[in-house]
Design a protein around this ligand. Sequence first.
Ligand SMILES: *Cc1c(COP(=O)(O)O)cnc(C)c1O
Length: 469
Amino acid sequence: MSGYNKTIYKLGNESIDFSIYEEAKKYAIDYVKNIDSRNVYPTDKAIDNLTIFFEDMPESGAETFEILRMLNDYGSPATVAQTGGRYFGLVNGGAIPAALAAKWIADVWDQNAVLNVTSPIASALEDVCEKWIVNLLKLPQGTAVGFVGGSSAATLCGITAARNYLLKKKGYDVAKKGIFNAPPIRVVLSEEAHSTVFKALSILGLGSERVEMVKSDSQGRIDHSQIPALDDNTLLILQAGNVNTGAFDNFDLLCKEANAKGAWVHVDGAFGLWARVSDEFGHLTKSLSLADSWSVDAHKTLNVPYDCGIILCRNRTALTDALHMEGSYIIYSEKRDGMLYTMEMSRRARSVELWATLKSLGKNGVKALVENLCEKARYFADRLKDNGFEVLNDVCFNQVNVYVGDDTATQNILSAIQHSGVCWCGGASRFGKPFIRISVCSYKTTYEDIDMSVKAFVNAKNIICRIIV
Ligand SMILES: *Cc1c(COP(=O)(O)O)cnc(C)c1O
């Protein structure tokens, strides 16, 4: 045969050296084992060393061992140790062992979860996870579930379903006819809705400013006394877990009101929806099942590795109609075809690690996980108060907002904590007042981790206050 150069690439069965996988495994296990002895945030030196990656793209390929060595020697020190016990930034969950191990297997399988025909196992596990999660979160039987990258995508899917459904009721097919001649629909939400909600509204042509914005109360709940009259032309967006304070909107009042008027309710429950698993939080999520769609992350409170978000929609066809597409080569089956429930087509099989997490924890384990995070958030808040810090929010879930002295001192203390290497928290502000923002979200966090972190807070305070004096 002429015209085929078979020697250009070192690929093909004979040339796979399986010891590269052993090498990767060695580095990976070393990382997992020593996570708690790392600086929680990389040192300045580790970050400076990343310049090694900024080379011109090589003309010829490098050895795999060399690639792995670069990742281990220069990449790993510049990671944020967020799978350890003392990372309290954003609302980042850890990765429970069964989930991480299952994800390795899923990585090797490298399935495309687009259709049943492209991966029967991914399809089957999505099916199982759908049933388990609807049941676990006590949502209406038959609720459709899509597996997406995160709550941003989940919210986009949920609001798309809502928009299309509300307009369809008015006899307008927005999917085909577009947004420009559509009859207007109303969007009612809190001024403290998450920025991903505003992003979804802007992407969908609903406008991030063309909304009826409702004030929130001191805890960050939508002020229900200020809600405008709802009707069957309205999308009401509520929140289970304010991203800063962790507060929950009054679903009991608002979902009932919305149902009576025929409005669609979407709930952003990125981390807070998991409160549903525990009776302890029953009062916070009462009547939440009366909503129409919910977004939630498995990579936050549930401690599934990234990226694992979930959209749930009571009206199955409203979701699948909104996300449906066709192609001559797309073979839908009688079984579950994952792409019907998401924006994406090709996707990795997220259901593998999600299923492994639920199977490994069981209902009791999920409940214990959620209750533990909240218990530890309260412990963290109490120890800080004992040491002269002010806690601004009512710690109803896993978030703690901390203030000390004045705005400048708070910001300086936060910066000192971030540089301590002991723990890491972010900052935020509400109504112009900055604070240190703690999110207890990893199954790995122990009471000792919190004691160590409180010590870092106290040290930072002592240093900053001494400088000021
Ligand atoms: C994290 C978060 C989001 C965004 O979720 P991603 O998974 O990062 O896309 C949306 N809403 C709330 C309340 C969140 O905490």
